[in-house]
Design a protein around this ligand. Structure first.
Ligand code: PXG
Ligand code: PLP
Length: 442
């Protein structure tokens, strides 16, 4: 099959986060997927270095998940979860609660990470209101944070281009912590940088500025993915937790990327030994086979909201038509079973040292100014061409695709997050292709 055989009209589909004109003039199409590989429309095998978009953690088209969806689709396509229920949604929630940090055992379903973030922010506001501290409405995010594309998410998020066009209508009571990347102090750190824990003290400064009594929650990605793999400095997240505790502020970890095994534990919270009050997740929660997101909440936060509601009335005025959709829930049950039976989170932990060695072997290549890694996630930062941010990484990305590997880039940072089923040989193949592409890029 080639592009001509496909005879595609590409006009109508307005592609997300894409240079539409550039893409449609020279498209890259994927038509099939299995395990670690995509098949391109010109019938080449493409090694998946990014688990799709950081989401296909068990590899593609796993029989167990495919069959679970097939069966559910034939048995019951849809059932509401507003004042009705169906077994798979309850089962999926229990399976998620079984692997979240102890105490975060109430689960709200959404259809994406963006919706999970909006839901978490609303839970934080509803919680303080239910406790009689309704004046706690301020939300603290972080520069360079990515929390999806809802108005809540871009407000607490810190990626300028995602905010610029809407800047007049972002949520009003928001502030941001500084991001933690510093090439001068921490370039080429393996794993967590030793430098930077003091940046968490900026939260104390914001508390002094706004007063704790106005702040509802702090939301951070424990490891910032989308902005280009920013690994938290040693001790940084612990400090954020301490400051939040001291001032009665909820701590939300956005684990849409780090959740479901990426760092070798079910959640980054467990990897870092820091327990937030709320965790948002999506992507790997059902191996991305059907859209699904979720919010895991501490029992006490859930109970506060639920018990404050009038008996006989809805307690939390929030939900999506497709919250706990049967197909998504069936896929989640199958994916979570698969992660467990194949020990894929442990596998990620076992592979992490090889991943670290393989990625850091690229440090002396031309234009490489930093390499960052943790678990099975890594980033290579390239210097930016004069006046052309992103151009160099885009070229490397296209070359990788031509050579048979799919990678991701943002600005001039290449990002890697292979499925957790990846082998050491495939990691070597991936970084071999990346090295060649970087070498061939001026
Ligand atoms: N929070 C975090 C931490 C994320 O990484 C979202 C929220 C939003 O999830 P949805 O499902 O609404 O997309 C994300 C998603 C990239 C990239 O290029 C990253 C994401 C999505 C698409 C691309 O790095 N992260
Ligand atoms: N817009 C309209 C007109 C609706 O009726 C609904 C849901 O009923 C929505 C938006 C929200 O859709 P969803 O529940 O899929 O998020």
């Amino acid at each position: 099959m080639n592009m001509k055989d496909l005879n595609l009209d590409m006009t109508a589909f307005w592609m997300p986060f894409t240079n539409n004109r550039q893409f449609k003039s020279s498209p890259r199409l994927l038509v099939k997927a299995e395990g670690m590989y995509y098949t391109s429309s010109d019938n080449r095998q493409i090694l998946d270095g990014t688990a799709g978009l950081w989401c296909v953690n068990a590899g593609h088209c796993r029989t167990e998940i495919v069959e679970a969806i097939r069966q559910q689709a034939g048995e019951m396509d849809f059932a509401p979860t507003f004042q009705m229920g169906h077994p798979k949604a309850f089962e999926a929630a229990s399976k998620i609660a079984a692997i979240t940090p102890q105490g975060l055992d109430r689960v709200f379903f959404t259809n994406s990470g963006s919706e999970a973030v909006d839901t978490a922010l609303k839970i934080a506001l509803a919680y303080h209101r239910a406790r009689g501290e309704g004046q706690r409405t301020r939300l603290i995010g972080r520069e360079r944070g990515y929390h999806g594309v809802g108005f809540g998410g871009i407000s607490v998020g810190g990626i300028s281009p995602n905010r610029k066009a809407y800047s007049g209508q972002l949520l009003p009571a928001v502030d941001h912590l500084p991001h933690t990347l510093n090439l001068k102090e921490a370039a080429f750190s393996k794993g967590q940088p030793a430098w930077g824990a003091h940046l968490a003290d900026e939260l104390e400064r914001l508390v002094t500025l706004h007063d704790a009594s106005t702040i509802a929650a702090v939301i951070v990605e424990p490891l910032a993915g989308s902005t280009g793999v920013l690994v938290p400095p040693q001790g940084y997240l612990q400090k954020l937790r301490e400051i939040c505790d001291k001032h009665g502020i909820l701590l939300i970890f956005d684990e849409v990327i780090t959740g479901l095994g990426r760092l070798g534990k079910p959640f980054a919270a467990q990897y870092f030994g820091v327990t937030p009050d709320i965790i948002t997740m999506a992507k790997g929660v059902n191996n991305a086979a059907v859209p699904m997101g979720a919010v895991a909440v501490k029992t006490g936060v859930h109970d506060t909201i639920v018990e404050a509601g009038n008996a006989g009335a809805i307690e939390f005025f929030h939900g999506y038509t497709y919250s706990g959709h049967p197909l998504a829930a069936a896929a989640a049950c199958a994916a979570l079973d698969l992660y467990k039976s194949e020990g894929l989170f442990e596998r990620a932990a076992t592979l992490a040292p090889h991943f670290e060695k393989a990625i850091h072997a690229l440090r002396d290549l031309p234009n490489v100014i930093d390499i960052r890694n943790l678990g099975l996630v890594g980033g290579i930062e390239l210097s930016t061409r004069d006046g052309k941010p992103g151009a160099r990484a885009h070229e490397v990305f296209v070359k990788c695709f031509q050579k048979g590997a799919m990678v991701r880039y943002t600005g001039d940072i290449l990002a890697f997050s292979p499925p957790l089923i990846v082998s050491e040989a495939q990691l070597d193949e991936l970084f071999g292709i990346v090295a060649e592409a970087i070498r061939e890029t001026a």
